[in-house]
Ligand binder design. Structure first.
Ligand SMILES: NC(=O)c1ccc[n+]([C@@H]2O[C@H](COP(=O)([O-])OP(=O)(O)OC[C@H]3O[C@@H](n4cnc5c(N)ncnc54)[C@H](O)[C@@H]3O)[C@@H](O)[C@H]2O)c1
Length: 410
């Protein structure tokens, strides 16, 4: 029940409680937040107080076994929104209990974990999905539309940046930031965008970064990271992508985050800037501290609709609602004996299915391994995918023998 719960899950559950969930293949159904699991229960209690009237009563489960306790409520689906190194355990427990699961990005941190979750989901006949809400950003959808329609031909290279404010590393994540890096937290959005939009085979991963602000200059906690991915396409031509991230941008930055992409094609150029596509607003005494000058009203905004209803909407909320519809289609979208067919149909969506997250998880696992070696005194390792030695293989300067991070094919 942290930041992402408040920005996307909460508005979804609050609004669906009044409207019900509608879809073409299933009758309008109720979706109720029945139970939540947190470490201490404090945020759940605080939210319960604020939510009065907007949500039916929910069970609050706290402590080390909070997920198991929550599952006693037999939910239809479970959303995992813990810090990224705690996704796997919660997702595994929920899948084993036979629940459909959606996990915040990045799904998991290693390919072995991904294999395990996929296997359990298959055995239990449930959906295992991941949230990459930027794929639903209208600008990114337009980019993909132009690529799929053959208007933009063959990507050659590109760069992306996502810079988070210091309040993330110094406040919100301060408790569990030790040994973590902003690349796993946010570069992953662009790894997925590149992987999903352009396809191709990921060939290699390199990464470096800077330390000294969030933690000691020789420690394992990173201020900023620069990741490079090389992809190869069917015609054997390659593309390179650089993704720069940080969580030490000054808190008085005019926007919540800085998000920019540029992709260069054989016949064109795509420049996207999520802040500069929008508005600039100044309110004396408030901007850019309690309110930001440039806000992303496409992701998640609170609005007064023209018909005077208050709403909170945007692609961050839409992606959760879409998942609930996918679950409803599987469970209620036709005869019970055809459930298996519907499960197969929804599992085939490669924008959110875990089965389509392999190259993204490989990039994350490689990035984490490269940064770990760097922190241990050996920078500049490189990971190669699907070589004769294994599926994910790490080579480090000065070492003849590579480390096999993952044996099977990615
Ligand atoms: N889609 C996005 O753009 C986006 C944006 C922000 C965060 N996220 C992702 O959402 C996840 C959570 O991020 P956040 O910013 O909300 O973090 P946060 O620190 O605000 O909240 C994390 C929550 O997890 C709970 N928690 C921690 N360990 C737990 C455990 N073992 N069992 C149960 N609950 C536990 C904490 O009590 C807290 O309520 C991360 O994976 C992050 O990458 C996604």
């Amino acid at each position: 029940m942290g930041m992402i719960f408040d920005e996307t899950y909460r508005p979804f559950f609050e609004s669906v409680q009044t409207t019900g969930l509608t879809g073409q293949s299933f009758p309008t159904c109720d979706v109720t937040l029945s139970a939540v699991a947190t470490r201490t229960g404090k945020r759940a209690e605080a939210y319960r107080g604020r939510a009065s009237g907007r949500l039916a009563e929910f069970e609050s489960c706290a402590g080390a076994d909070s997920v198991q306790k929550m599952l006693q409520d037999k939910p239809d689906f479970v959303c995992v929104a813990t810090p990224d190194d705690r996704h796997f355990a919660a997702a595994k427990t929920a899948l084993e209990a036979g629940c459909h699961v959606i996990i915040e990005k990045p799904s998991v941190l290693t390919l072995d974990e991904l294999d395990q979750l996929q296997q359990i989901a298959t055995e239990k006949n449930v959906l295992a999905k991941v949230v990459y809400h930027k794929l639903l950003d209208p600008d990114h959808k337009k980019l993909r539309t132009l690529v799929v329609d053959g208007q933009l031909n063959h990507v050659n290279n590109g760069y992306c940046t996502l810079l988070e404010p210091k309040s993330i590393s110094g406040g919100q994540f301060a408790e569990w930031i030790k040994g973590r890096n902003p690349g796993t937290y946010v570069a992953v959005h662009y790894i997925k965008l590149i992987d999903f939009t352009f396809g191709g085979k990921l060939k290699s991963v390199t990464c470096t970064g800077q330390r000294g602000l969030v933690g000691p200059a020789d420690g394992p906690t990173w201020d900023s990271t620069q990741l490079r991915l090389i992809y190869e396409y069917e015609d054997q031509r390659e593309a390179a992508f650089d993704i720069h991230t940080s969580w030490v941008t000054p808190d008085n930055f005019p926007g919540y985050v800085e998000q920019e992409v540029q992709f260069r094609f054989d016949n064109g150029l795509w420049n996207g800037h999520s802040r500069k596509r929008g508005i600039e607003c100044t309110i004396e005494g408030e901007t850019p501290f309690t309110k930001k000058i440039s806000m992303n009203n496409h992701y998640n905004g609170e609005f007064l609709e023209p018909w005077n209803e208050r709403s909170q909407r945007g692609y961050g909320v839409e992606v959760i609602e879409r998942f609930a519809r996918e679950v409803a289609h599987v469970e209620l979208g036709g005869p019970v004996e055809e459930r298996g067919q519907r499960l197969k149909e929804i599992s085939a969506y490669d924008y959110n299915d875990l089965s389509a997250d392999r190259q993204v998880v490989a990039a994350v696992q490689a990035m984490e391994a490269i940064l770990e070696r760097h922190a241990a005194g050996t920078p500049d390792s490189v990971a190669y995918l699907n070589t004769d030695e294994g599926g994910l293989v790490l080579y480090s300067p000065g070492s003849v023998k590579p480390e096999i991070l993952y044996k099977g094919q990615v």
